[in-house]
Design a protein. Structure first.
Lengths: 471, 471, 471
């Protein structure tokens, strides 16, 4: 029976010189608290503080990294218990689903999921044997037995995981009731929200007009008018700030921005509301709204995150049967230099503005993003994102970005996850990779080891708190 | 006089830890039979089983990697004996051509051609000195002297090279007479064909209408009608299957697919046949035909290979004087996410369908191909292709693909060559690079060595046979 | 107080095997003279041979790598002493500016600027302590004290730096008076010019028509006619050749070329002169002019350099207040395969023509540039350029280009700098990286060490002189 061990030097190069430096750098920062300024955990967990109930519903069902890989190898989503929209029954035997997963665990070799899951199995649940068909039942039973214990309550885990801060992400219409419920518990400083207004900004959504309507109701503004709509957004931003938000987030198909006249913008908004906007016009409206949001960020001081480039719901069969977020979002080529220009022409030289750029198109790291961030005071570079949030992906990010943007135009790590239990694993991978990258520079006499140690601290902790304005 | 030695650790990293692991992994798979599911050797060689006659016509004249490099440095194709279409005489002194090549052999430093050729010189012909101007005559004479021996007959070499299976590639109108001739020799299981219908699908070709006409004659179908044309293709596919084919291959300028209605497709086909289709329309027709071929693959079970992105015959002077395949095909940017969507919308969730995607645009590895293959059951990723079929190219493929697609959504190695003698060299490079990549993961504690050993077997043998359905 | 030391093994890998080989290779070529065939130093320095007067105006003010990074972190260009176009006063206390720079020196960690500056501080000025806030005054005073010495005169430094040849770059209308002034000093063979006609070719410039007018006055040609304009360019090319030029340089937004009929070209030229050309038409005119320049290169034998892909003056606020070349030029996606085709169709097979291609879009290295240069006799690949002129950038270039283009289709290193004092540092980085790359190939038994030594010489010296026709 294969052992499950997390080697203390995992992810460090085998070259003894570099490894020794990486070990020393890592030792100093391994124990720093986790600051997680961008993610998708459910605030209900922390508000209710109820135990999680099952290995499968905790670890597998919400993790589209896991079931997309299984699906790619011909395993139906139904057999994995993913709920169908038409209500047709799917596999509901959680043990069986866990067994299916375990018997295909070899598919994850070489992927970050494997590394994160092994970390969870070993560090959080204490397993010493590898997950296989043979050990599946034992894993399943043991995880379930542990989950009911008091030390596995969400708030206790927040503390055990050494999480100093965890930002969730909520749509503009969210009541933030779970964040409200946390007030007075002491955990309201730990679990904060992020303002993500895509639902009231993206006129391609079927519910756009209804959402704008609700936005008006929530804020007492006439959101049928351009001015009222903008004012309503300001009010919601303040509401989110009152629930801890220090940042906004914007998931757009492209990085396109615009700087329309007020009259043009108002007319375009009216067209979008009526549902008469063309695809180009809804794209232009989103573009205009990025610029509007940048303006509001200057007003209220919130850091602005832009996540462009995902082709959402690429697989219509999956979307129709199972809905969004089922592993069928695919990156696409993304352009920044021309697309960001209208916003940058207007606000780019304002050093009070903080915009963090992310990409799924790695070709832009060295060609566009590092040169932009190495010039514009408002721009910083977010970490390797999504499919690139992996050892090799993070290394490519550092190798391609650092020489032009330096370290200080980057903002530390985002785990960007809804997989709560994997947060320590993900931050640990990022810390190891950063230490490894720095150790390479030291070993090649491109950086002093004292400087590398200072940078390891900044990449893990200092720059994150600065970029997201976490006092 | 410089020695020619193939170092037993060539292509392994010099770090002793990684190298030792790579050695162990390689030792286990170095002797596995060669499965070559995609290539361009001439079936006549194996049908006739006649000796090859000359070093120059065997090793240089058919190898566009070799003469394109020489041409780039100002050496005329005429002086290399490449036949002109106008019949003007070119160099015909094969010894002199071989000397020209030898005296420029330094140009290949750092290229895979150098590595393959040295392997052939050392392992196949037994040379112990490097090829230089001084040794050129000795090489030329010795190779020629060996080529006439019985142990250099093509079938004997198939066995000597430990080739379990070799797929050639033939156009849709090919008589497959050489494959037929192999029946009963025992070599018909070893040398199989592949169905490549570009000649009857690409309406930009001058001979398209004539080819479709011939297709009708060969199959007894009315290929002037859309239905008859499709039926004729089905019949030819079966004919190829009867000669061993388990796969089709499609070399298109782009990865564009379409899903037209039957009436639209029929009208477009008629336009193409009449030679009245615009460039966009011939592109659309090729796009539609990829989707048709995918449908037929579901019917008859053949694996479908898509090779997009080559700008063929970029140099009109060379094309006019010497014809196609003279080293003047150049890769171009290739997009998959939108282009494949019509086909994937129709068939993407069918796990009986097997489509292998190749690219010449490495930016798509991590951005598009790995995410697509890590989701769609029908998609697998072909190995690094053509200019990227090289140590660094293969490493980039594994580094950029593995974390999102895993290993099991890849399909092993293709040598894709008409250079028969280089097949063992090419497979050996691929095996060494895979072992090296795996050894790196083991050395960094990202994978167990037992897992790496299993993967080395899969990448060399198991996944190839599965992907190409070679029982 | 941190020490400033240039480690003798800097930039070499820490693996002892590779490092030892790199050391041996480097030892042989470290002392070769510097050949700098492309750069932007001021010929006035060498003509006047006056001492430089101040650390800040010498090292900081002209270096947009330095002030773009500081600006990206919120430090105003005014506070760095960058002159405003409106004459509003900016910081003029050079000591204070130097202190500002010193106190932000940590921002450059991991960037090539840091490496170059440390080299200058250590090797040129003899500092043994690192630059920090605490040592800033000492640096400033000591540099200034040294700058006034006779051994810091520009010509003396040319000799001290072991510079065999330095090419400057001048616009088509430049009087070349400084190069003239050098005649008879012996330094006219060392400091040569390069013909850069962008100012009379780019009709998007506000001064285009005026420049063409001046071109006529300088040459006695009627530059209002297409024939007269072309003849005037020929005359200026000869004038530059008389001042040492062996090469031309062309900085275009894209790599687009065209091959218009004479009548079309003449009509387009007339439209451009009248200021009535659209953006597409000025682009087409530049495209046509690249082809014209290639034709003239065949006539007069000058090597042609093409530098496409920079989005110039991306930041309009900076451009308006401070002018061009203030760190706001950003790379953009660049396409070569289609864009170069008209020129290549006309002249691509002429092996007397020498065109050196550069790119800011690294995705084209393996996909487009190496395949093109590995085929067309007229094409060679320039080194990693601008943002990619850095250790990692150079490594990516070699890793991605070599397997398809080989080494002999590359042309050695360009420092491309106006920072005269950094020239030895930049060439040293390039030499170390090349030796390191070659050492890796040797350590992995992909190249003999004797071959690597020959290549190190070629990459440092031989290929540069050949490509730029420096006898």
């Amino acid at each position: 029976m294969a052992a499950l061990t997390l080697h203390p030097d995992r992810l460090f190069p085998s070259d003894p010189t570099v490894r020794a430096i990486a070990q020393r750098l890592y030792r100093e920062i391994a124990g720093l608290p986790i600051v997680s300024p961008h993610g998708h955990t459910d605030p209900k967990w922390f508000a209710d503080n109820a135990n999680f109930d099952n290995a499968t519903s905790l670890l597998l069902l919400p993790d589209h990294y896991v079931f997309r890989m299984l699906y790619s190898q011909g395993i139906s989503l139904e057999s994995l218990g993913i709920r169908r929209k038409d209500g047709v029954a799917v596999e509901s035997d959680y043990r069986k689903i866990f067994q299916t997963f375990a018997s295909h665990y070899h598919l994850f070799r070489g992927t970050p999921s494997r590394m994160w899951l092994d970390h969870v199995f070993s560090e959080v649940f204490g397993f010493t044997q590898a997950l296989t068909t043979a050990t599946a039942d034992n894993f399943y039973d043991s995880i379930n037995a542990q989950l009911v214990k008091p030390e596995f309550k969400p708030r206790t885990l927040l503390d055990r995981f050494n999480i100093e801060l965890l930002a969730t992400t909520e749509g503009a219409l969210n009541s933030l009731k779970y964040h409200s419920a946390l007030k007075g518990t002491g955990y309201d400083k730990k679990v904060i929200t992020t303002f993500r207004p895509d639902d009231v900004v993206d006129a391609d959504r079927a519910d756009f007009a209804a959402n704008v309507q609700k936005l008006g109701e929530l804020t007492g503004q006439d959101t049928q008018s351009w001015d009222g709509y903008l004012q309503a957004l300001r009010i919601r931003r303040q509401f989110f700030r009152d629930h801890g938000a220090t940042a906004t987030d914007h998931g757009h198909p492209t990085a396109k921005t615009a700087d329309l006249s007020k009259a043009e913008a108002a007319a375009l908004f009216a067209l979008c509301l009526k549902g008469e906007a063309s695809t180009q016009q809804t794209e232009l409206f989103r573009a205009q709204m990025l610029t509007e949001m940048a303006g509001m960020s200057i007003e209220d001081g919130m850091t602005m995150q832009i996540h462009p480039g995902a082709f959402r719901n690429h697989n219509p069969v999956i979307f129709q049967n199972f809905g969004p977020d089922k592993g069928a979002d695919i990156p696409s080529p993304t352009e920044f230099v021309s697309n960001l220009k209208p916003l940058l022409d207007k606000y780019g030289n304002n050093s009070d503005l903080k915009i963090i750029l992310f990409t799924l198109d790695e070709t832009t790291y060295a060609r566009e993003l590092a040169p932009l961030a190495g010039h514009y005071p408002c721009l910083k570079l977010g970490p390797a994102w999504w499919f690139h949030d992996s050892p090799e992906g993070m290394l490519r990010f550092r190798h391609q970005v650092t020489e032009t943007a330096g370290f200080y135009n980057t903002v530390g790590f985002n785990d960007d996850t809804r997989a709560f239990f994997s947060i320590p694993a993900r931050h640990d991978v990022a810390r190891r990779i950063d230490c490894r990258f720095l150790a390479g520079l030291v070993a090649e006499h491109r950086l002093g080891e004292d400087e590398a140690a200072e940078l390891a601290y900044q990449l893990t902790y200092g720059l994150v708190k600065k970029a997201y304005q976490l006092a």
